[in-house]
Ligand binder design. Structure first.
Ligand SMILES: Cc1cc2nc3c(=O)[nH]c(=O)nc-3n(C[C@H](O)[C@H](O)[C@H](O)COP(=O)(O)OP(=O)(O)OC[C@H]3O[C@@H](n4cnc5c(N)ncnc54)[C@H](O)[C@@H]3O)c2cc1C
Length: 326
């Protein structure tokens, strides 16, 4: 049985990896020859944060996101398991209490606890939340690693569909699949990459704010990914002045050293999302659609890939993955 996967973003690569590991024959088709800025996955922060993401995504995201840490370890070896630190400015402490109530897997830190974890933030925050069991990775390195391992196992990557007929098509084209999935929408995310040798962070830090929640993900060597806006729009063009102002202001509030940072890169893309902001698997004839990863492409693609493989082997699709087809 030959499975043809359309799309080599994080969803397509996770599907190919999981299916190959289970002994299925797959091929990938993507007009782009390698991971790059054409794909939403290129712009991601790479936070593997099942507990923090439950704040908006609920228990289902926490449950299905937790196995992602081991999955990425196993298939890339690139996971940093250093947890997530969640902070607020003093005036926004109500946000921290609200966030704590809506999530699990955290403990409260005082100023000394924060300083012990992140010495460069010493004296800046009186209290915070630490999600010890979370992790992060570099999305670009992880995509490249999945692709390299698949190539090494003989999986074919095509830039156009081969003439042969596959037994099943798995459509993982992200937002491009809107031509088949009418309820798929874009949620625009903007980000920056900064170089700031003046500060060292060992883990993603989230700064809660009623209007501009910010996160900073360390990439090593003084480089940080700063994200991300959440705008109901499928526009993929350049970042806006307003978004850059808001993101950089929040970074400066986290630590004034960011005022001296170099802006290495700005980027934006539209996250593919269904109305409930949860991924879905939909089977229509000879095509299985795997889409709607929203802000959880790296967190939930391993679970979606496992459910897609289960579907091929047993015919099942879990209820929550099978939203009303359109
Ligand atoms: C700023 C930002 C920050 C984010 N941070 C995080 C994070 O920290 N953690 C997390 O888990 N998620 C994060 N996300 C979300 C994540 O990036 C997305 O959920 C994920 O990239 C969606 O992956 P995908 O494979 O479905 O789509 P894409 O990555 O867009 O891949 C789709 C692929 O399909 C290909 N394609 C298009 N048309 C065709 C065709 N006709 N035939 C074949 N192939 C085709 C494209 O070339 C592309 O390679 C973030 C997103 C943004 C924008």
């Amino acid at each position: 049985m030959t499975l043809r996967i359309l799309g080599a973003g994080v969803m397509g690569l996770a599907l190919a990896t999981e299916l190959t590991a289970r002994g299925h024959a797959v091929e990938l088709v993507d007009p782009a020859p390698a991971p790059g800025p054409h794909a939403c996955s290129w712009w991601a922060g790479g936070m593997l944060a099942p507990f923090c993401e439950a704040e908006t995504g609920g228990e289902i995201v926490a449950r299905h996101g937790q196995p992602a840490l081991d999955w990425w370890d196993q298939h890339t070896g690139l996971t940093h398991r250093a947890g997530t630190l969640v902070l607020t400015l003093a005036r926004d402490s109500g946000e921290r209490l609200r966030f704590a109530r809506r999530t699990t897997g955290h403990r409260t830190l005082d100023a000394d606890g924060i300083a012990a974890l992140e010495p460069d933030l010493a004296g800046r925050f009186a209290s915070g939340l630490f999600y010890e069991a979370e992790a992060h990775l570099s999305p670009r390195a992880a995509l490249a690693e999945l692709r390299a391992r698949l190539l090494a196992q003989g999986v074919a990557f095509h830039t156009a569909p081969p003439a042969t007929q596959p037994d099943l098509v798995i459509d993982a084209r992200g937002l491009a699949a809107r031509d088949q999935l009418a309820d798929l929408r874009g949620v625009r995310g903007e980000m920056l990459v900064l170089r700031c040798p003046g500060i060292t962070l060992s883990r993603p830090v989230r700064l809660l704010h009623p209007r501009i929640p910010l996160y900073i993900v360390p990439r090593g060597d003084g480089v940080f990914m700063l994200g991300a806006t959440m705008i109901e729009s499928d526009r993929r063009g350049a970042v806006t002045v307003r978004s850059v102002l808001e993101l950089l202001s929040a970074a400066y509030a986290l630590h004034p050293a960011f005022g001296e940072a170099e802006v290495l890169e700005t980027g934006a893309d539209a996250r593919p999302a269904f109305p409930g902001n949860l991924p879905a698997l939909r089977r229509r004839g000879g095509t299985l659609y795997a889409n709607g990863l929203y802000r959880h492409g790296f967190l939930l693609s391993p679970a979606v890939a496992a459910m897609a493989a289960d579907h091929l082997e047993t015919g099942t699709i879990p209820d929550f993955m099978d939203e009303a087809p359109t």
